[in-house]
Design a protein around this ligand. Sequence first.
Ligand code: HEC
Ligand code: HEC
Length: 464
Amino acid sequence: MRSRLPALVVVACVAVVSGCGRSEPTFSSRQGLAPAMDEYVRTSIDQKFGIPNDIRVWDRLPLRPHAATAVVGEGAQDKILPLTLVEQHRDLVNGQEVVWVAGTSMPQDSAKVKAESWNAEANLLKLSAAPPAPPKTGDRVVVGPGAVLVHGRALYAEHCQHCHGVGGDGKGPTAPYLNIRPRDYRKGLFKFTSTKEGLKAHRDDLGRIVEEGIPGTYMPSFKLLKKNESQAIIEYVLYLSMRGETEYALYNILAGDYSNDSIATRVKDGETEDKIVSEFVTRVKEGEIDDDASSMLEKMIGDWTTAQTPEAIIVPKEKRYASDAASIERGRALYLSNNLNCVACHGDSGLGDGIQTYSITVNTETQKPNLEPGLYDTWGNKIKPRNLRLGMFRGGRRPIDVYARIEAGIKGTPMPAFGGKMTEQQKWDLVNYILELPHEARTPGTGVAPVTANAAPAAPAAAH
Ligand code: HEC
Ligand code: HEC
């Protein structure tokens, strides 16, 4: 089991990206609150998450930000720490900082020393100098605080930022030229996951995206990154995501009463701006805003934590059914059925031209009708159902990938989850059909395999 540092321990792991002489980058922030409230949100978020060149790692977040966390074992001497590693995400190297975590024997402010060498066989860390007080058995330490995130931030700036933006808002300088927009991470929502309906992404889902890219979009593959590099980038993307969600939640808590628009209305109704601001200050002082924000944070932390557990992952209850002609035929019938109604979006020939692409649809985020016909994603972008005849699968082309898309839907898009509507065999029949569709004759509902004069049958009727 993976244990973590005790909750509520806030390690201010301050990490400065070195060699960065350019002007200080900032995370973008949500617009639309009146200045006083806007300032409150910014300060509050910066306290928790820091700024790009001075990242703070808030240990309550389910991230793997540090090189290692450890407990001091028996027999510590001034400069020699026997360590039981709790988590290790990086090599422990010379020069890394060792920080005592709050609540242990070390006087807090001064409890920072440098590592000199790590003996992995004996689990002994040699320090370059003795810490200010004798280390005690059971003390908790962080080695290389924030090291993974700092590495991730540098790589992100190099490889991802020009599309996904400094703060992960999906608005980097290249973004306006791309017609499927780079993901805005700040909703904490990812499309192509291996996790069950309604759950957040597992970090390995992001790992797969970084490794494979998203075919048919501008999201490139980064196969050439080393394992520890892509791991660092993923932690950083998760960090940006959690930061964005926290900011968005705080923004949402305040927007009802204090957006520029709400304030304008309140002033029109006879309140003064001063009175509104002092009301806000009182609410902040009484902890009301913080209470709302912390229950939201609990939920966010819980949701991310849940998504990392094995129980969150979609595991088919039955093995894949053979993709024979009968299965494909059953899959086709399911695809065309009123019950599943895939055709409403993907069209009866699978071209992605179903009736919903030219009807007014309900927005999945606001639950209100969209202004123009067609489908929209949760980020407010117009979105097309996939042309299933191209054989291009953005979330991966393995049968299990297509299974997961059907089982849990595509998160943040109108493509719903169908898992609850089908038996296990039906799910595999549909997967078999979808994988076969690119080879199917163009007229819908006409017989089984596409047998043309010159081509070999794509779906042999032979039994498996
Ligand atoms: C050339 C632009 C571009 C670059 C560079 C780029 N991306 Fe993307 N990325 C995209 C686009 C476009 C999408 C949205 C694709 C979609 O919605 O199907 C995306 C989506 C994603 C997603 C969302 C996957 C999901 O399931 O929702 C992740 C995660 C991601 N990118 C991570 C990265 C990381 C990490 C890097 C750098 C190592 C990176 N991207 C570099 C364009 C880019
Ligand atoms: C309400 C509209 C809607 C319905 C109904 C719908 N889809 Fe989709 N589907 C979409 C959209 C939109 C996308 C593209 C999402 C994206 O990549 O951003 C999509 C994408 C897909 C993909 C591509 C996955 C990938 O990895 O690229 C498959 C496969 C798919 N749908 C299968 C189905 C099947 C099978 C059904 C019926 C059981 C179905 N869809 C019902 C809207 C819908």
